[in-house]
Design a protein. Structure first.
Length: 248
């Protein structure tokens, strides 16, 4: 697609109200590399370039919240060398891109338990959060050591402790209050969740928050994902009649 055609597609996207929150499962880095007879690490590095571009596009068109599944609780099962490389890429991304993200008014949030990361990775994460905490254009939520089940269990434990200490009455517990104990806290639920790589499942991502999220799947591996495909996903979202259980 040439530049003129891409601009036309972008204008089509901007004709209607944009989703406030888009989530992405960035899958297929390793398979992208394998098809090219490259090491899996090459796919992960290329995937960071794609992330950088999609963050830029979201800021450009006015998406307010972008959540990306960057490192799951299950990713620890991968070979030690691959895990180390993924964390190295995370540190590089936060170091090299932080000034640009800050300049572009992007706020970085972390969803997940980062206490299990090494001290160097935790330090870079804390620096990024601190530097961008006042930014308002785009909230970039990096799901790191995140799992939907552990997110729900964490909320249950924290609420139970409040009840046990007498700080909360059980009758006060409702969906809105429960949501405030999740990593997503009071951010809007994602209207659109994009998964690359050809698999058709949530894979323990945003289980509670995705109750009414529109799911959009593509066989394209994440390193090959681009601005055009992103726009087409949003245009497909526009076609859906979101009834939330009503007949309308």
């Amino acid at each position: 697609m040439n530049k003129k055609e891409l601009e036309k597609l972008k204008n089509e996207v901007l004709k209607r109200e944009l989703p406030k929150h888009i989530a992405i499962t960035m899958d297929g880095n390793g398979r992208w590399a394998k098809k090219r007879f490259l090491p899996r690490t090459a796919g992960h590095r290329e995937g960071v370039k794609t992330l950088r571009k999609i963050v830029e596009v979201c800021g450009d068109i006015g998406i307010k919240h972008l959540t990306v599944f960057a490192f799951s609780t299950e990713n620890w099962k991968r070979p030690d060398g691959e895990v180390s490389y993924l964390l190295k890429l995370l540190r590089e991304f936060l170091k090299k891109d932080l000034n640009t993200l800050h300049k572009n008014n992007v706020k970085i949030n972390i969803w997940g338990n980062i206490s299990e990361f090494d001290s160097g990775t935790r330090e870079e994460i804390k620096k990024a959060i601190k530097k961008t905490e006042g930014n308002t254009k785009l909230q970039l939520n990096l799901a790191l050591n995140y799992g939907g089940r552990s997110d729900i269990v964490k909320a249950c434990k924290n609420i139970s402790m409040k009840v046990k200490l007498g700080e909360l009455d059980i009758e006060q517990i409702n969906e809105d209050m429960f949501n405030s104990y999740l990593y997503s806290e009071n951010q809007p639920e994602p209207e659109l969740l994009i998964r690359t790589g050809g698999d058709y499942r949530l894979s323990n991502f945003l289980l509670y928050q995705s109750a009414y999220t529109e799911l959009w799947f593509t066989d394209v591996y994440w390193p090959a994902f681009n601005e055009e495909i992103f726009y087409r996903a949003i245009l497909d979202y526009y076609k859906v009649d979101r009834r939330f259980g009503d007949i309308q």
